[in-house]
Ligand binder design. Structure first.
Ligand code: FES
Ligand SMILES: [Fe+2]
Length: 392
């Protein structure tokens, strides 16, 4: 029988997280170490929430089909004949074979390798060979129209594919409203339409030996900047940052007042046309819970999303976007795209030591979740409170 949270850890250790920051502790070791705990987390923090499973632009053409496992829940992302991204459970309605194993291009239907039942791109079951005996592909006891693929509730926002597997979360518009309102100051509706995912230097990934939560916790704070990112700290200093905490506890992060990297390329990226002129050097870095870390700047946007593989291993996917076709696709901007991608690759790879170091420390039985700086760690505490509130 699946274990309850109270079988895995002392619930008092979760309660204390929600106390005011000076009295609280961080999440206990079990939340980063226990195989049983992650099953609860999968249900409460991923299936019941809006979680990111990829970028729509990674499935660009009608008929493209891509499998994705969310903590072992097998899903299919596809682009249907109306050019719409759809997500389905990746399991055959017959004997439960996992239908799609590898990404496929330009499919008209999805055929199960086991007994060849086939589904169209709307998930409808269209073919059931020999179901009524050899040579009889229909049977009156079986209604194909009731046995299609099960669709997953999904929504595309800023090119990201969000899913709510339980179907019980609030409407997506409600979920995203606090962040949308905050960023309406920087990104107008028209400007959002301009984001483009380049074909080169627009994506990289890291595999990290750590629980996914450490990546979020590290992203929330700029406290580590002088020691982990000395180069970045030379032009975007610790004291040029401010903390961001959402009122509804759906996101947290930090902003910089001095975004102004210098590149060797003589080109400069096009900027969002309606970005406020008084805030050209502002940039914001926000973790939207559970699993995506976003960055906005006057001239590019990124989404750094997490794929937890198990409680000790995660893949970090970095998707970078530019403003309009020219910055994203033209040769003229290729060099600066590469420089910008290299810059983020360097910064984010510097964080890996920090993230993996925290994971290693959780093997210590003497550690009780640790203390927070009441000034520098408020955003990390915000995330811990989100976990503590939602895991119960
Ligand atoms: S399990 Fe898919 S056709 Fe039998
Ligand atoms: Fe960092």
């Amino acid at each position: 029988m699946a274990k309850k949270l109270s079988d895995i850890l002392d619930l008092a250790k979760i309660d204390i997280v929600n106390k005011p920051i000076t009295e609280s502790h961080g999440l206990p070791n079990e939340c980063y170490m226990s195989d049983e705990y992650i099953n609860i987390e999968r249900k409460k923090l991923f299936e019941e929430k809006w979680s990111v499973i990829g970028a729509a632009s990674s499935t660009p053409n009608i008929g493209d089909v891509r499998p994705f496992d969310l903590l072992d829940i097998p899903l299919i992302v596809l682009r249907d004949k109306n050019n719409k991204i759809r997500v389905f459970h990746n399991v055959c309605s017959h004997r439960g074979f996992k239908l799609v194993q590898n990404s496929e291009k330009m499919q008209k239907f999805i055929r199960c390798p086991y007994h060849s039942w086939s589904y169209d791109l709307d998930g409808e079951l269209i073919s059931t060979p020999h179901i009524g005996g050899v040579g009889r592909h229909e049977t009156e006891d079986f209604d194909k129209s009731c046995n299609g693929l099960k669709e997953v509730r999904s929504h595309i926002w800023m090119d990201l594919i969000f899913v709510n597997i339980s179907r019980k979360a609030e409407p997506f518009e409600e979920f995203i409203k606090p962040l949308d309102s905050r960023w309406s100051e920087f990104l107008s509706k028209e400007d959002r339409e301009l984001i483009r995912h380049p074909a080169d230097h627009g994506y990289f990934q890291f595999k990290v030996k750590s629980n996914w939560k450490f990546a979020i916790e590290n992203y929330c704070e700029s406290y580590h900047l002088p020691w982990i990112h000395p180069d970045l700290n030379s032009y975007s200093k610790l004291d040029d940052h401010y903390t961001i905490l959402s009122d509804d506890n759906s996101f947290a992060g930090q902003g910089s007042l001095t975004y102004n990297p210098s590149f060797l390329s003589k080109e400069k990226f096009n900027c969002f046309p309606n970005w406020p002129k008084s805030k050209l050097n502002h940039a914001e870095y926000i973790a939207l819970f559970p699993n995506v870390m976003l960055g906005i700047h006057r001239d590019h946007f990124f989404a750094f999303w997490l794929e937890p593989l198990n409680n000790l291993l995660s893949i970090e996917h970095m998707e970078i976007y530019y403003v309009g076709d020219e910055s994203a696709f033209s040769n003229k901007y290729k060099e600066i795209r590469e420089e910008n991608s290299n810059l983020w690759f360097k910064v984010l790879s510097e964080d890996i030591n920090a993230i993996e170091g925290m994971q290693a420390g959780r093997n210590s039985p003497s550690y009780d979740g640790g203390k927070f700086s009441p000034i520098m760690d408020t955003a990390t505490h915000h995330f811990h409170k989100w976990v503590a509130t939602n895991i119960i």
